[in-house]
Write a protein of this length. Structure first.
Length: 159
């Protein structure tokens, strides 16, 4: 599986270039999208490119923090950390899209939150890690997100 971890700017340009939106995304049946966005209290908050989830799109709003008491690089207001419910929902979404050929995941910078999700998908699909890292050299995965997704996978395998 090809896994692309992108910044919001690169993601937005890609969506514009290919005219992908809520009305056309179902035409991309071999691609799934994970859109990670800052929360509304962020000074960088923008509505997601997608206004709703689809079979091949999951939209998430959380900040790059461990707890609500922290500030993130992009949010000095009240932050929302990645939650257990988000981990469970995201894991199920990923599992439901594993037959696809490509995953496009983005966050504001394309480094930490999306890097963790991309790394998780790489490991889950047993994709070529060296190629993944070559294609996404900017990533520095958020440990909390990665740990919670791995925990969700273990819990799912034990059911």
């Amino acid at each position: 599986m090809e896994i692309n971890v992108l910044s919001k700017n690169v993601f937005d340009n890609l969506m514009h270039e290919h005219k992908i939106n809520d009305q056309t995304v179902s035409n991309y049946d071999n691609v799934f999208f994970i859109s990670i966005n800052d929360t509304k209290s962020s000074e960088y908050f923008e509505e997601s490119w997608f206004r709703k989830n689809h079979d091949n799109v999951m939209v998430l709003y959380f900040d790059d923090v461990e707890s609500e008491n922290e500030t993130s690089p992009t949010n000095s207001g009240k932050c929302t950390p990645f939650s257990n419910k988000m981990a469970k929902d995201l894991y199920m979404f990923i599992k439901n899209n594993l037959e696809k050929n490509q995953c496009i995941v983005h966050c504001m910078a394309g480094i930490s939150r999306s890097g963790a999700v991309g790394s998780f998908i790489c490991d889950l699909t047993r994709s070529n890690r060296q190629k993944f890292l070559r294609d996404n050299p900017q990533i520095h995965p958020n440990a909390r997100v990665l740990i919670m997704l791995n925990k969700e996978e273990r819990n799912s395998n034990n059911e």
